[in-house]
Ligand binder design. Structure first.
Ligand SMILES: *Cc1c(COP(=O)(O)O)cnc(C)c1O
Length: 339
């Protein structure tokens, strides 16, 4: 692809420019990866509500010519998504019943989750919110006031989680305003941001953003989402270092995915590499049973074997908690032999 011939020039652009240059067509991504379409699994065709979307900063870490690349598998739309598999539904984690207020998910004690925007920089095929009616529930300007009033009225809420979509796709002005308003609610102690951008679009971690986060007046926690050590590169490393040096605690959550990271050596490497960049492994999620993602499922018995291998090989603090989300439960469930 001539337009990507000069990757250095692409990565010198600001994050919005890099985002608008993301791959949106399978043909373009395959050409960039030097992959004849015939080598790939049968493609998903027809009208799609959840299209391919991959920034070059993520695609650049894929191995050229490898149809089974673990990063490619996370983003490539394939025909298997059309299979109706019993148990796989459109709202697997019970988000909709938990919508206490428009744009506010209040499922767990002390924590609320704000759906700030429906968009992400990357469309992961296993996304549990791939069918989420964002247009109906995400926070617009007026809804944001209602959400803040809800938080201020409940002193048991000590942590506000900005989620989405990806909350770091909000622009700096919007984010600064939101942080300012949250900082005025005394009962809120922490702002937690769930974002995949430090991994897939590290250019988003600008000086301005770091200033906004470091000066929010609350303790800031960032939970990134990285599934495979190949997702880490010098650009992501630099972004993670800068976050850490601004006093932000950074955790990682990953999803256990067949054909991506269902391998003890890969998961060990992920924990080691993340920790060397100042990131603490937090959760390893079993796949949420969302319609279209059944081909990513790793069974519970196999997941427990992988956990055992991690516990055998790593210090305890590098072993993520293996969890699963159960609609209606009061917390994320630890997966164990017993449960
Ligand atoms: C996952 C989640 C949280 C955070 O749970 P922790 O166990 O504290 O990480 C909060 N609210 C909702 C709705 C969630 O899905």
């Amino acid at each position: 692809m001539t337009e990507y011939a000069d990757e250095t020039a692409h990565f010198a652009q600001n994050w919005q420019q890099q985002l608008s240059g993301a791959f949106t067509r399978t043909e373009d991504l395959c050409a960039y990866l030097q992959l004849p379409p015939g080598q790939l699994p049968a493609a998903l065709t027809g009208p799609q509500s959840f299209a391919l979307r991959v920034p070059l900063s993520f695609a650049a870490s894929m191995e050229k010519g490898n149809p089974h690349d673990p990063l490619l598998r996370q983003v490539l739309p394939i025909a298997d998504e059309l299979l109706a598999v019993p148990g796989f539904t459109t709202d697997p984690v019970g988000d909709l019943p938990a919508l206490a207020e428009i744009g506010v998910l209040h499922k767990y004690h002390g924590r609320v989750l704000l759906i700030n925007t429906g968009t992400c920089a990357i469309n992961c095929r296993y996304c549990f919110r791939r069918n989420f009616p964002y247009a109906d529930v995400q926070l617009g300007k007026q809804k944001q006031q209602a959400a803040l009033a809800y938080i201020a009225a409940d002193p048991s809420i000590s942590e506000v989680i900005l989620s989405g979509g990806d909350p770091l796709l909000l622009n700096d002005t919007q984010l600064a305003a939101l942080c300012r308003q949250l900082s005025q609610i005394e009962t809120v102690k922490r702002i937690r941001i769930h974002s995949r951008l430090p991994i897939v679009l590290p250019a988003r971690i600008t000086d301005t953003l770091l200033d906004i986060l470091a000066n929010s007046g609350k303790t800031l926690v960032l939970v990134v989402h990285c599934n495979h050590p190949n997702e880490l590169n010098p650009r992501t490393a630099a972004a993670l270092h800068r976050l850490k040096h601004h006093g932000i605690t950074v955790f990682n959550q990953a999803v256990l995915l067949k054909g991506v990271n269902d391998n003890a050596a890969v998961l060990c490497q992920l924990s080691e590499d993340l920790f060397s960049l100042g990131v603490i492994p937090y959760y390893l999620h079993l796949l949420d049973k969302v319609h279209g993602a059944a081909h990513f499922e790793v069974g519970k018995a196999e997941a427990l074997q992988l956990l055992h291998a991690l516990q055998t090989a790593l210090p305890g603090y590098l072993v993520p908690k293996l969890v699963t989300e159960q609609a209606g439960a009061a917390f994320k469930q630890y997966v164990s032999e017993l449960g």
